[in-house]
Design a protein. Structure first.
Length: 174
């Protein structure tokens, strides 16, 4: 009899509680997430029209100094070298000897680095460029990714300086 009374008391309590609704701070997991009302900021700073014009003018001069795009181009690029400079990369290049041709315009000098960081025995080359003329060097690269960075030494604000480069397989016997 005691167990029947206990069972009846538990059943009545459960029935009474089942009809209750408890508010909590848990949201519906299927609802779309909400975001705070703070606007996102633009990642690209506004471009100074004078700076953009100088860079375009210098890119035109750079094209004349570097010449036409060579056949067999493995990697090439141009960009502004003020501030943090520019970076280009290729996910994979075959192992071999390459000819690197580079030039810069609008600054007294620039630095171009070619690296295969993180690869055991990876290649690395640095070119100190005197701006206004194209310079060429040979680079030994391992198979794999390659990164190129061009920048101008110093901390002055950018003034439209640019650099560009070509990497092509070296001619046999060169």
């Amino acid at each position: 009899m005691r167990s029947a009374a206990l069972l009846l008391a538990v059943a009545c309590t459960a029935a009474g509680l089942a009809g209750c609704e408890y508010k909590d701070d848990v949201t519906d997991p299927t609802a779309a997430p909400t975001r705070a009302g703070r606007p996102t900021r633009s990642l690209t700073p506004p471009v100074d029209p004078g700076l953009a014009e100088a860079e375009q003018r210098n890119l035109g001069e750079l094209e004349a100094v570097l010449g036409t795009r060579p056949a067999g181009l493995v990697l090439g690029g141009t960009g502004g070298i003020g501030g943090s400079g520019f970076r280009n990369s290729a996910a994979a290049v075959p192992k071999g000897t390459y000819t690197l041709t580079a030039a810069c315009i609008g600054a007294p000098n620039a630095l171009l680095t070619v690296s295969q960081d993180g690869l055991r025995g990876g290649g690395r080359a640095e070119m100190n460029l005197d701006c206004g003329a194209a310079e060429t060097t040979r680079v030994e690269l391992r198979a794999g990714p390659v990164q190129i960075q061009g920048f101008r030494p110093g901390t002055d604000p950018a003034a439209g300086e640019v650099a560009g480069f070509w990497i092509v397989p070296a001619a046999p016997g060169s």
